[in-house]
Design a protein around this ligand. Structure first.
Ligand SMILES: Cc1cc2nc3c(=O)[nH]c(=O)nc-3n(C[C@H](O)[C@H](O)[C@H](O)COP(=O)(O)OP(=O)(O)OC[C@H]3O[C@@H](n4cnc5c(N)ncnc54)[C@H](O)[C@@H]3O)c2cc1C
Length: 506
């Protein structure tokens, strides 16, 4: 099945695309339109439908096309934002609340797996976080203490299951894992059996929310009382482009000569950190290892990142063969917490975004929260995770850093294209933004030598896209809009693709 990049994730390769069962009638009035068919959207759709709401889910491509198809699917109670930081920037009660939310989300996943007998390799595991230097030990001790206070307990351990040297390590119980696309297909089936409607290849292009929801889509108009954006980042230009920064992370799945596959998850304390876990599919175990995260569009040689990742992994593991490699995108929130709830300025549009690298858990929490808000009219997490919150202290340095980046991309990069006049300079499979007789062009030379030329201005907010050689996509460095070499929208906040340029006739 497809996802938003040319590299195959292990999950795609081992899952058949979902075939929808229920039919859609365009004149139906729904209670809730859910936009996006990843873990957030499908969990929300199933919970809402089974709580009496009549739901339709619109997915622009196919289920699992977004980051859920490229995740590594650790289900963690210890988050990328340490609870000590949540306590410092918010409060101790808030840190406890968030920790409860992660446990509730993992329980929710387990309950759905059991209730609907979803065959998705769900199981509980322990996770080890290890420090390799004295400086990292200090940070790890702080994480341990903060997590412990928030109710996420860990104990010191003196051995790892992977051959990494370390100074100190803690083991956290109660973590879990699953096969994300098998899980997604199970949720979709349960949703349809409960009467829900799934529309694939249904891109939502415009939403009018003045008098109920009237959504324009590539399949026709959809009417509903409420809308939930489960699109990872809400489409269009909005507040969340400034509050969430797009990052990419790189992953490889590989077999081991020794056959000594770790049973626990392992995370180091580097910046960005590396992550390792084992998954078994059809009797074949693989280690899934990743890291080397960077801001989307801010690395000119994304193919080389895989070389670096491979070198790093080969130092640690006796790799037999690398069976899969892929990368995917996540959105880092400026104050460390996700944005879940009512879209600011609206009373009928909800969203979940800014999950960082914990979106399998936080996306599930978002689904549960929005179901609670729509069905019971309240959620314990509503205030803490409100998309309208303004925390002038929390995350301020991040906020400024991300904004300087966005602003400089707006003002600077558009005026500063690399000046290349000879398309012949491009090797096959290579792409660049060039100047062609005063016209900026995003050009890609395919394997047959054919040039594909696009207007490099991202239709979302006017930034200039850059080439992602690993996934063969044009990525926007401002807000994470991504397009294939023909300009087709892959993911991010835009609702349309890049304009194709008939460059021979410029
Ligand atoms: C490499 C990597 C590893 C990760 N590992 C973990 C992990 O181990 N644990 C964890 O908890 N989290 C992890 N994450 C994060 C987590 O995978 C994501 O946060 C999560 O999958 C997001 O799910 P989602 O449903 O919100 O979005 P997505 O899965 O991206 O789904 C959004 C969907 O919306 C659709 N869409 C977008 N716009 C429109 C539109 N206008 N109309 C219709 N449809 C639209 C897209 O096609 C897409 O299918 C990882 C992220 C990365 C990048």
């Amino acid at each position: 099945m497809n996802r938003d990049g040319s590299l195959q994730s292990i999950w795609q390769e081992t899952t058949a695309p979902y075939v929808t069962a229920n039919e859609w009638k365009s004149d139906t009035q729904y209670d809730v339109l859910i936009v996006g068919g990843g873990i957030t959207g499908l969990t929300a759709a199933l919970l809402l439908q089974s709580n009496g709401k009549k739901c339709v889910l619109a997915e622009g491509e196919i289920l699992g096309f977004g980051t859920t198809g490229g995740t590594t699917a650790h289900l963690n109670t210890m988050l990328d934002t340490p609870y000590a930081k949540v306590k410092k920037d918010f409060s101790a009660d808030d840190a406890n609340l968030l920790a409860n939310g992660t446990k509730e989300a993992i329980n929710q996943i387990e309950n759905l797996v059991n209730k609907y007998a979803i065959d998705c390799d769900f199981s509980y595991r322990s996770a080890i976080v290890y420090a390799e230097t004295e400086e990292q030990v200090k940070a790890l001790d702080e994480i341990h203490a903060g997590d412990d206070e928030a109710g996420v307990h860990s104990e010191q351990v003196y051995e790892l299951e992977i051959p990494a040297s370390f100074v100190k390590a803690y083991k956290f119980d109660g973590q879990a894992k699953l096969h994300p696309l098998k899980y997604l297909n199970g949720l979709a089936k349960a949703f349809e059996e409960a009467g829900g409607v799934i529309l694939q290849h249904c891109l939502v292009t415009k939403v009018n929310s003045d008098n109920g929801i009237a959504a324009e889509t590539s399949l026709g108009n959809i009417k509903a009382d409420k809308l939930m954006y489960a699109t990872h980042i809400p489409p269009g230009i909005n507040l969340f482009n400034l509050r969430c920064a797009p990052y990419r992370s790189y992953v490889m799945a590989f077999t081991l000569k020794s056959g000594n596959y770790p049973t626990m998850f392992h995370y180091d304390m580097q910046e960005p950190y590396h992550y390792f876990r084992t998954h078994e599919i059809d009797g074949q175990k693989v280690v899934i290892g990743g890291g080397f995260d960077h801001k989307t569009g801010h690395n000119d040689n994304t193919t080389y990142v895989f070389t670096e990742l491979e070198a790093y992994l080969r130092k640690l593991f006796d790799i037999d063969s690398i069976t899969f490699k892929w990368s995917s995108q996540y959105y880092e929130p400026v104050d460390g917490l996700p944005y879940i709830g009512l879209m600011p300025g609206h009373d009928n549009i909800y969203l979940g975004t800014g999950y960082g690298g914990n979106g399998m858990v936080l996306g599930t929490l978002a689904a549960k929260m929005i179901c609670d808000l729509l069905v019971s009219k309240n959620s314990a997490y509503e205030k803490l995770l409100s998309p309208s919150r303004l925390k002038p202290i929390a995350g301020i340095s991040n906020f400024v850093k991300e904004n300087i980046d966005v602003v400089s991309m707006f003002l600077g990069k558009r005026l500063d294209y690399e000046h290349i006049t000879q398309l012949a300079d491009l090797a096959t499979g290579e792409a660049k933004v060039i100047k062609w007789e005063d016209h900026p062009l995003a050009v890609y030379k395919d394997e047959k030598g054919k040039i594909h030329a696009l207007d490099p201005v991202c239709p979302h907010a006017g930034c200039i896209v850059g080439w992602n050689s690993a996934e063969k996509s044009w990525d926007c460095p401002c807000h994470g809009g991504r397009y294939d070499c023909n300009g087709k929208l892959l993911n991010g906040p835009a609702t349309g693709g890049l304009t194709v340029i008939d460059w021979m006739h410029l």
